[in-house]
Design a protein around this ligand. Structure first.
Ligand SMILES: NCc1[nH]cc(CCC(=O)O)c1CC(=O)O
Length: 317
């Protein structure tokens, strides 16, 4: 008497953070569906291979997701786990965002060199060298702290922390979520409040992508969905989609959910931080995507379209 066990294959990037996240999803799925075997297939993406070019210069059209998507469309794998903020708002035909998991703290964090322990972001002296690879963080920090000096930093979390500790930077800004997931929570010197840094769309949450025509897999992964996180992230993603921005534009958000009341705050800034538009909308969580569109329309009416057009013109000569 043999029972053929069903095997479901999960596609993942190879980075340490991706593997921690994918193994968490694998473990949760295995708990929910003990009769199924969940296997992880790792692959490199374009974004993992291009390390010497500033992320902002190489665009964002699925840099960290494409290879995983091809694998699903070929049926080599059945689902893919992404940091939701790396998942474009437009997905390839035949694929969908099947589930959004419970969010870690979505805020940004300041991590400092040992010789800067006595400072907070607001007291860093003139000329302090701050590393960030994100235009969103750059524009907001320049806006609030124009006396600081900003330098691009690339590489995975370990590499970035090593560059900080070696003295190449005085401070760096990273996502709280990534630091905590990799066990570097004790390196967080200060969590940046939303007044200073609105986080990236989807930051801190995982997005699980699957084939549109695969209701069985969709139903499995829906078991990991965290509805409050999903409402918030759907509003954030709708805002970004309506602004036609990718992950490498100075667009930031914050969401709060109290009962059914969803508040979405968003901002669009110029790269020099001189112009920074910010507004909020509130409504029912069941209308999350409408809220994103409403907020995008409000910011467009204040000139967001012009700011973004300038940035795109600079990025694609
Ligand atoms: N841009 C890279 C990236 N993609 C996901 C995370 C971790 C945070 C998250 O899950 O949102 C990070 C690192 C960072 O922004 O510091």
């Amino acid at each position: 008497m043999t029972t053929a066990t069903r095997t479901v294959r999960i596609a993942s990037r190879k980075s340490q953070l991706a593997l921690v996240q994918t193994h968490w999803v694998q473990g949760e799925l295995a708990k929910l569906y003990p009769e199924i075997t969940f296997e992880v297939d790792t692959m490199s993406t374009q974004g993992d291979n291009i390390l010497d070019v500033a992320l902002a210069k190489i665009g964002d059209k699925g840099l960290f997701t494409k290879e995983l998507e091809v694998s699903m469309l070929r049926r080599d794998s059945d689902l893919a786990v992404h940091s939701l903020k790396d998942l474009p708002t437009h997905l390839p035909e035949g694929l969908m965002l099947g589930a959004i998991t419970e969010r870690e703290d979505p805020a940004d964090a300041l991590v400092v060199h040992a010789s800067f322990q006595q400072y907070q972001l607001a007291t860093l002296p003139e000329g302090t060298i701050v590393g960030t690879s994100s235009l969103r963080r750059l524009a907001q920090l320049r806006h609030h702290y124009p006396h600081l000096e900003f330098k691009d930093i690339r590489g995975n979390l370990n590499t970035r922390l090593a560059k900080l500790d070696s003295g190449e930077f005085d401070a760096i800004v990273l996502a709280v979520a990534g630091l905590k997931r990799l066990g570097f929570g004790d390196r967080i010197h200060e969590v940046l409040p939303p007044e200073v840094s609105l986080h990236a769309v989807g930051q801190g949450a995982l997005g699980i992508e699957c084939r549109t025509e695969d209701p069985e897999i969709l139903q499995l992964i829906k078991g990991l969905e965290h509805p409050p996180t999903a409402y918030r992230c759907l509003a954030e993603r709708s805002f970004l989609r309506e602004l036609e921005g990718g992950c490498q534009v100075p667009i930031g958000v914050n969401t709060t959910l109290t009962g059914d009341n969803l508040t979405l705050t968003g901002m669009v800034a110029s790269l020099d931080g001189q112009r920074l538009l910010r507004d909020s909308v509130t409504g029912s969580a069941t209308k999350a995507e409408d809220l994103g569109i409403q907020l995008a329309d409000r910011l467009k009416a204040q000139g967001a379209g012009e700011i973004l057009a300038e940035i795109f013109a600079e990025a694609r000569p």
